[in-house]
Design a protein around this ligand. Structure first.
Ligand code: SAM
Length: 250
C-alpha cells in the first residue's frame, strides 16, 4: 500500500465507530432546518460526504423522507447502513460510494443538498461549482466550511490553517464565492466551539487514548495531526470555526 493510502486508511480507522467524523451538532442542525424556506412536499435530499451519517439521520428524522448519503468510504457507509437497519430506517437511506465532486446525477434533481465538514475536500468554491447544477430551481444547500471569524488572525493559527487548508477564507469571502457559483446567501450560522469538543474532539480523544499504545506508524502520524489540530482549536477557537452557509440556487 502507498504511504498516502495507508494514511487515509488510518484516518478512516480512527474515525470509525464514532458518531461523527467532524464537528457538528444535531440540535444546531435542527435549528437551521427550522429556519429554511419551505421545500417541496417530498423533497429530494442528499448528504454529501456523509461519513457514518450524523447529518443523514437528522435529515431523515426532520423530513420523514428518504436521504441519499454519498461518501468515498465504504467503511463509513457500511456503518451508516447498519445504524439505519438498527433504527428501522433502512428504507429511508440510499448510500452511494463515490466522489461527491463528480456525481453524474441529472441536473436540477436535488431540493436540499446538505454537507457537513466535507466540502473543503473539493475546496468550498470547487464544491459549490460542482453541486450547483444538481439543485432544482430555488433548491437549497446547507454547507459547513471552516472559516475565519476575524480579519486579525494570530500568527500560529494563521500558519497552521493556511498550511493545512490554503483555501480557508472569511465568511465574507466565502459568501462572494457562493454568489460567483450561482447561489444566494440566505444565512450563515456559526457552530459553537462547545459542539466541537462535546460531539467530536472529546469522543476522538477517548478513542485515541484507547488505541494509542498499539498504533502503527500511519496511525501514529494521524494521531499526531489530530492532536495538533485540537491544540490549535483549544487556543484559537474564537478566530475560526465551522460556519454553516445556507444557500439558495439563484
Ligand atoms: N458529514 C460527516 C460528519 O459531519 O460527521 C463526515 C464529515 S468527515 C470530516 C468528511 C467526509 O467526507 C468523510 O467521510 C470522507 O470520507 C468524505 N469525503 C472526502 N472527500 C470526499 C469525496 N471527494 N467524495 C465523497 N466523500 C468524500
Amino acid at each position: 500500500m502507498k504511504e498516502s493510502d495507508k494514511h487515509i486508511a488510518a484516518l478512516i480507522d480512527l474515525h470509525r465507530s464514532l458518531d461523527r467524523q467532524g464537528p457538528g451538532d444535531a440540535a444546531f442542525s435542527k435549528h437551521i432546518l427550522s429556519l429554511l424556506p419551505e421545500l417541496p412536499q417530498k423533497p429530494r435530499i442528499a448528504d454529501l460526504g456523509s461519513g457514518t451519517g450524523a447529518g443523514t439521520f437528522v435529515l431523515i428524522e426532520w423530513f420523514k423522507a428518504k436521504v441519499c448519503a454519498v461518501d468515498f468510504s465504504q467503511a463509513f457507509l457500511d456503518e451508516l447502513e447498519a445504524h439505519a437497519e438498527a433504527r428501522g430506517l433502512r428504507d429511508r437511506v440510499q448510500t452511494v460510494q463515490g466522489d461527491m465532486g463528480s456525481l453524474n446525477w441529472p441536473p436540477a434533481s436535488i431540493d436540499l443538498l446538505w454537507s457537513e465538514g466535507a466540502a473543503y475536500n473539493l475546496t468550498f468554491f470547487g464544491a459549490l461549482r460542482a453541486w450547483r447544477p444538481l439543485l432544482a430551481s430555488n433548491g437549497l444547500a446547507v454547507i459547513s466550511e471552516i472559516s475565519w471569524f476575524s480579519k486579525d488572525i494570530p500568527e500560529p493559527v494563521w500558519n497552521y490553517w493556511t498550511n493545512a487548508y490554503p483555501a480557508i477564507s472569511t465568511e465574507a469571502e466565502n459568501s462572494e464565492k457562493a454568489v460567483a457559483a450561482g447561489f444566494r446567501v440566505l444565512a450563515i450560522h456559526r457552530l459553537p466551539a462547545s459542539a466541537w469538543w462535546e460531539n467530536y474532539y472529546n469522543p476522538l480523544k477517548e478513542k485515541i487514548a484507547f488505541i494509542k499504545a498499539d498504533a502503527d506508524e500511519a496511525m501514529g502520524s494521524v494521531i499526531q495531526e489530530v492532536e495538533a489540530e485540537m491544540d490549535i482549536f483549544r487556543h484559537y477557537s474564537d478566530t475560526y470555526g465551522y460556519s454553516f452557509y445556507v444557500l439558495q440556487a439563484a
